[in-house]
Ligand binder design. Structure first.
Ligand SMILES: CCCCCCCCCC/C=C\CCCCCCCC(=O)SCCNC(=O)CCNC(=O)[C@H](O)C(C)(C)COP(=O)(O)OP(=O)(O)OC[C@H]1O[C@@H](n2cnc3c(N)ncnc32)[C@H](O)[C@@H]1OP(=O)(O)O
Ligand SMILES: Cc1cc2nc3c(=O)[nH]c(=O)nc-3n(C[C@H](O)[C@H](O)[C@H](O)COP(=O)(O)OP(=O)(O)OC[C@H]3O[C@@H](n4cnc5c(N)ncnc54)[C@H](O)[C@@H]3O)c2cc1C
Length: 667
């Protein structure tokens, strides 16, 4: 190993808790850590093949794609050897996904991502048993590579408005897939451009002359041997993007393409041979994979932010800039309190979201079991919860990643810091799998319904607090404690929801349509849904940490408690306007919270590097000149600069061709 930077060595020696213990805690147990490390070692055994050549940012679009396919096939091979999935259900499948995401060294996404993230989960959850037998093993072994083609040029959010049609032909017992307009072309699916040979296509089903709404179909788009597009298929790549340029997002059109009847995924709704349509027990079950993926995205947000904050923390420990006091050495920038606020709140955010992702996962599994038993009572609640947590976790990951980038000054702007790319990935997640605003509006829709029925219908766990804080005997007395702040957020949420209901009711009473009342109240609705989510995130972090703190050593419990306090106080200060409007908090309380925040930053300071070391992200995955474990920031920046193709020649040919004639006045 390289000699480690002196400042980082000193930081590590100050850490008050056992870093390995934290790693096991975050992974969910020592066995999970060992399994993760085994996976990482399998990947690292191919180090030479995976991490060779010119950095990706210097490659052309085409070269980048080809390189990501080369790397992807190496990773796929490893994954194939590691995983042997015997039970095809989503709970087990998350372990596979963990492996895929965890092993992902593909910094700018991968053309194989959608195969794992959506194609496989759709097959597992929407195919009937016969179809699973036919497709799941082939997909898992990558004999076929798939993607999820739902979004079209004209529609992404409003999926009931999709235009691709799948019309049942009774004569041949086939579906005819067709793209009637330009706007009906599929647009965005990852890996669709040049990689996938199969797709899940979401299309409007027509049987017996009637439209039955959107349904999923498995469609072969390329020949399994030659990889040429099949007749009637128009497929290609959509072009460069802000990030995720290795993902090979594609477009797809159909000219009366025929597929067998049995290629409609028939776990929920069915079309019989004679064209009879059998409805699903619940027409939202077809949206189930989107819910699953939103849950996974919450975990993924934590992964991205953990990377960003590891880079920013280690860099800030190594970087020295300015003197606080005349004549004293320049300070590590991690000692500036403004820097601490930017970085430590992001560290705390990783913990808060990790606890919430785990709770959401448990809720997802619990409700999914009920769904399998035909009980759909809590489907709406799960949808609302997944929507708001996906929205808030991705928005926070993007925002805090950008703060981490800014916290690294000019060097954070370098591609080689890996912060620009990490930001591009987090901001993409604010759009994919449902635009965040749209998802918050879905949560608001659920909350308004709940609020209208609060006195008559039993409340479920995630909304029980609404009843508590609105009950007649409830005392709204501000308390400067974690419990007090969580309560405060619950009151804010309840009052915003009740206010939205009141505003909308008044509008409707004065003659406005329900739809216009909704649209003209939507700013408040989004804000109410966000507040609800913040209340959940804070209370889950608080409750689950309280339950777990007796399972860890006292020094670790102490620092986890500091992170909980920091996260809670930070968000109270971020939202103090709401608290002033809706709770009994005073100006003096806010001043108290400000002092509390600074005290917490000081307490966390000695453990900052230890905390991010505890995330245990190997250098190969971090891929950052600023964030490597050894902290040799300046050597790495210089070494990486030497890889710029422009440095291959001492004089670039453009000097003789343009610059010199121009400077001599001859051009
Ligand atoms: C070697 C291996 C290497 C591997 C490397 C891996 C590298 C990984 C790196 C990661 C890199 C990249 C990752 C990229 C991942 C990208 C994945 C992204 C994929 C996609 O984006 S797929 C497309 C997703 N699309 C969407 O999410 C669309 C959003 N729209 C909707 O969800 C819905 O249409 C809607 C907005 C919810 C509205 O639907 P609809 O109009 O039908 O509904 P209404 O508003 O009318 O409401 C009706 C009613 O139904 C309720 N409801 C709506 N949705 C659901 C649901 N899902 N579940 C339950 N109930 C639902 C709604 O609440 C209403 O109820 P009510 O009537 O009020 O009772
Ligand atoms: C990197 C990336 C990867 C993707 N991968 C895939 C994939 O593999 N497969 C796939 O099928 N799709 C994929 N998508 C598409 C993605 O799911 C959609 O882009 C997303 O769901 C948003 O839909 P849209 O683009 O139609 O946005 P729009 O709905 O057009 O949103 C534009 C604006 O309109 C607003 N808006 C829209 N409807 C409403 C409303 N009802 N109320 C209030 N405001 C509204 C939104 O809030 C937003 O501000 C991907 C997208 C990206 C960026």
């Amino acid at each position: 190993m390289n000699k480690v930077n002196e400042d980082l060595l000193r930081e590590r020696s100050k850490c008050t808790f056992n870093i390995e213990e934290l790693t096991h805690f975050l992974d969910g147990g020592i066995e999970v850590t060992l399994e993760r490390k085994r996976r990482e070692q399998a990947v690292l055994s191919k180090r030479e093949e995976l991490f060779c050549g010119v950095p990706d940012e210097y490659l052309s679009h085409k070269e980048k794609y080809e390189n990501s396919i080369r790397k992807g096939t190496i990773l796929f091979k490893i994954l194939r050897q590691i995983y042997n999935m015997e039970n095809s259900n989503l709970s087990d499948y998350r372990n596979v996904l963990n492996g895929v995401l965890g092993a992902s060294i593909s910094q700018d996404g991968s053309p194989f991502g959608l195969h794992y993230i959506m194609f496989m989960p759709v097959l597992i959850s929407q195919a009937d048993e016969e179809q699973k037998k036919k497709w799941v093993d082939r997909a898992l072994n990558c004999q076929i590579i798939g993607t999820y083609a739902q979004t079209e040029l004209g529609h992404g959010t409003f999926i009931r408005g999709l235009e691709t049609t799948a019309t049942y032909d009774l004569e041949t017992q086939e579906f005819i897939l067709h793209s009637p307009t330009l706007t009906s072309y599929k647009w965005w699916p990852g890996g669709l451009g040049q990689t996938a040979n199969y797709c899940i296509v979401v299309a409007q089903l027509y049987t017996k002359g009637k439209c039955r709404g959107i349904h999923p179909f498995i469609v072969q788009v390329r020949d399994e041997e030659t990889h040429e597009p099949l007749p009637g298929i128009k497929v290609g790549e959509i072009g460069t993007k802000m990030g995720l340029n290795s993902v090979n997002n594609g477009y797809l059109g159909f000219d009366h393409v025929r597929i067998p009847r049995t290629n409609m995924l028939m776990k929920h709704a069915k079309v019989l041979e004679d064209g009879t349509y059998i409805k699903s027990k619940n027409n939202k079950l077809i949206y189930g994979t989107m819910v699953f993926v939103r849950v996974i995205i919450v975990f993924d947000s934590v992964n991205y932010l953990s990377k960003a904050v590891t880079i920013a923390t280690r860099f800030s420990a190594v970087r020295r800039q300015s003197q606080l006091k005349e004549g004293e050495p320049e300070l590590q920038i991690l000692d500036y309190v403004t820097q601490q606020e930017m970085i430590f709140t992001a560290i705390a955010g990783c913990f808060a979201m990790k606890f919430n992702a785990r709770r959401l996962w448990d809720t997802f599994n619990g409700i999914n079991t009920q769904l399998h038993e035909g009980n759909f009572e809590r489907l709406g609640e799960l949808h609302a919860l997944a929507c708001c947590l996906k929205a808030v976790s991705t928005a926070d990951a993007a925002r805090f990643t950008e703060r981490c980038r800014l916290a690294c000054g000019g060097h954070g702007y370098m591609h080689s810091s890996n912060l620009p790319l990490t930001y591009a990935l987090t901001t993409a997640s604010c759009t994919y799998e449902g635009d965040n605003t749209v998802l918050l509006l879905q949560t608001a829709r659920f909350l308004l319904k709940v609020w209208r029925e609060i006195d008559t219908v039993p409340v479920t766990p995630t909304i029980a607090y609404l009843k508590t804080v609105s009950s007649p005997g409830f005392q709204d007395k501000w308390e400067n404690s974690i419990k007090g702040i969580v309560r405060g957020f619950q009151i804010v949420s309840m009052k915003k929801i009740s206010s939205c209901v009141e505003i909308m009711t008044n509008k409707i009473m004065s003659g406005m349509s329900q739809e216009d009342a909704w649209n003209t109240t939507s700013i408040q609705l989004v804000s109410a849904a966000e507040s609800h989510c913040r209340a959940i995130v804070l209370s889950t972090f608080h409750e689950d940490l309280s339950k777990m703190s007796s399972t860890v050593s006292a020094p670790l419990a102490e620092v986890l408690q500091q992170l909980l306090e920091l996260y809670t106080v930070y968000w109270a200060l971020e939202k103090y306007g709401d608290l002033l409007l809706y709770t009994s908090i005073s100006k003096t309380d806010i001043e108290y919270l400000r002092r509390w925040l600074v005290t917490l930053l000081g307490k966390i300071r000695p453990n900052a590097v230890g905390l991010v070391d505890g995330f245990d992200i190997i250098d190969e995955m971090l891929d950052s000149t600023l964030g490597a474990y050894d902290g040799r920031v300046y050597e790495r920046l210089m070494a990486q600069a030497q890889k710029s193709p422009l440095n291959a020649d001492t004089v670039n040919k453009s000097f003789h061709k343009y610059l010199k004639p121009f400077m001599k006045g001859k051009l």
